[in-house]
Design a protein around this ligand. Sequence first.
Ligand code: N01
Length: 536
Amino acid sequence: MQDQKLRGRQVDVVVVGAGFGGMYMTHLLVQKGLSVQAFERGDDVGGTWYWNRYPGCRCDVESMEYSYKFSDELQQEWEWSERYSPQPEILAYANHVADRFDLRRHFSFQSSVTSAKYNEADKLWVVETDRGDQVNARYLIMATGCLSAANIPDFQGLDVFSGPTYHTGAWPKEGVDFAGQKVAVIGTGSSGIQSIPFIAEQAKHLTVFQRTPNFSVPARNKPLDRGVAASIKADYAQFRAAAYQQPAAFGAHFPRREDSVLDVPPEERDARFEEYWGHGGFMFLSAFGDIGASPETNKFAGDFVRKKIREIVKDPDIAEILCPDSIIGCKRLVADSGYFETFNRANVDLVDVSSSPIERFTATGLEAKGQAFELDAVVFATGFDAMTGALLRIDIQGREGLSLKDKWSAGPRTYLGLATAGFPNLFMMTGPGSPSVLANMVTGIEQHAEYIAEAISWADERDISSFEAALDAENKWVEVVNMRSEATLYPQCNSWYLGANVPGKPRVFMPFIGFPDYVAMADEIAAKGYEGFSKA
Ligand code: N01
């Protein structure tokens, strides 16, 4: 952390965030000779992987894919140890990248950006932090992450609970020792499902409060086969290029089937599901081509997982509570390591709070379903104010004092998920309206960073000082994003993709579905002189 406040410093670009997005963005801009001031609220780099240190945290995109491809030296020299990387290893990788490309010198750490206001007369963004910094910049790039604004529901009496509480997305650096404790985990999304088996092993007793059962498939994590890693590295460019053509920018190495369940005889259907279940991870949803679009096929996939849950969980009543009756893949599928098996442990209880919510916290625990639960510690695995939360918690004002919060009061509106009308020279990395959370995040980040850096160079070469999404282009883009989601089953459940997990948040499907199509459309827009952006 630096001691000196930055007052009145002027730079070409302010970048907000030191996750994978902010780091690569900063690297590219500096390489182009632009002056950059970057801010980060944590005390070091890593973003998501800096904050999410909960036990069991690991990536569910495979290691050889969940990494930068911009530097061949980097991808050749780094050795991943497991099929799916654990959080400490990804954080070590982020630190390695920061060291290797000397990125930290551009960042002020422990500095949260509180406001960013566009000064139209000077065509400058005025950016302020909670440390009292004030920096002016021609461009503002928000690399604040899609899942970085923690959501802790407004539980009655939470302030009177005397024990410690933790959010999975803001886990203490020094770790937490639950040995001998009675612990509650609230929430059964990816973070809950990953952490529950580990907390169960450590705690004296664990109570899991589940509002909605979630579909989860085995990750089948294992040590990364060195031969496999070497063969990928022998032609990493080809491996990356194949992934780039996949709908979610990963998973080219295992077949993505195009046929429908309805095209194959029942015995073949089950064998297919079994094969994909055995492979592990998200590829389960690629066992048939229409799992995400056909309710009938989707039900077959869901039935298969429900059958597996009933086989794994010994107590039939608990198994029923754990069986989702929803659309598989509609909420984000989870890849787990021993999640359902955890409910066979004698020290684990499951409480279904789907029909009657947690009533209140007390000094010694919480009350739900008319019952008191004595607790030493509580883990909120309650997710995030996704995609818009990190942006809207900052007071961002564009032309004529228009606030982003007001502009997006009925849901986010962007052009390409990169820019929004009324906010010149503001770019969002992996913003709403871009593939973002429905693609390999690192690949999406690289594509956005390169696109933004090129757009700024292009504008600078033409002495363009104001580069802004045009309203009609934005309106058309929002329609495209909506149309693509409506062709799928995604809008039919209460997922965070729709903002449904945060009370009062407008219900809008936020990500763009289909990475390759997105890249093609974005490239065509650039080739046509950044069509749909107003330039002055
Ligand atoms: O959050 P979530 P997450 N009372 O929103 C429940 C990424 N990620 O942190 O479903 C009781 O999915 C809520 O219930 P419901 C990944 O993209 C990736 O787990 O809303 N419960 C739900 O069960 C993921 O999707 C990785 O009814 C309440 C849970 O809390 C995203 O982050 C690892 C409640 C929140 O689940 C978010 O995952 C971890 C209440 N009042 C995360 N409010 C990997 O790469 C909420 N809940 C592996």
